[in-house]
Unconditional design. Structure first.
Length: 139
């Protein structure tokens, strides 16, 4: 599936960078070889919130370096994305707002795959984008 666009939910970054899970790191590297990798500005907010609360400036710097080194596409939350998130929330009212924005960001960006660890989000159905879970026993 070369030429794919693969987007990631925040938790995958946490598993790769904080928990140093090999499966998460390998997923990023393999996705990078398959095409474009991305995430949304929601990931930046969610990930760095934890760093500001419990981490250090070095944790934030390491996160940004990771994004830059792997050349992540970062999808900004714009009007089109917000409206798509609203459609998703209307169809899946039990999805959290941030989760709806994450999926909408991937969809609007034209992602083929969205990786998450949130089992609830696996219920999302779209003909153009698969929602997949990182394959590991800790989830």
């Amino acid at each position: 599936m070369t030429g794919s666009k693969i987007y990631f939910d925040t938790a995958i970054f946490i598993y790769a960078l904080e928990l140093k899970l090999k499966a998460a790191r390998d997923l990023f590297l393999s996705a990078m070889q398959e095409g474009t990798i991305g995430t949304s500005t929601i990931t930046i907010m969610e990930y760095t919130t934890g760093c500001y609360k419990n981490g250090t400036k070095e944790d934030i710097d390491r996160f940004h370096k990771f994004l830059n080194d792997l050349i992540f596409e970062i999808k900004v939350i714009d009007t089109q994305t917000a409206e798509e998130a609203a459609r998703i929330r209307a169809q899946y009212p039990y999805f959290k707002q941030m989760d709806s924005l994450q999926i909408a960001s991937a969809k609007v960006a034209g992602a083929d795959i969205f990786y998450t660890n949130d089992k609830q989000l696996l219920q999302y159905r779209d003909d153009n984008m698969k929602v997949l879970k990182l394959d590991t026993d800790i989830f």
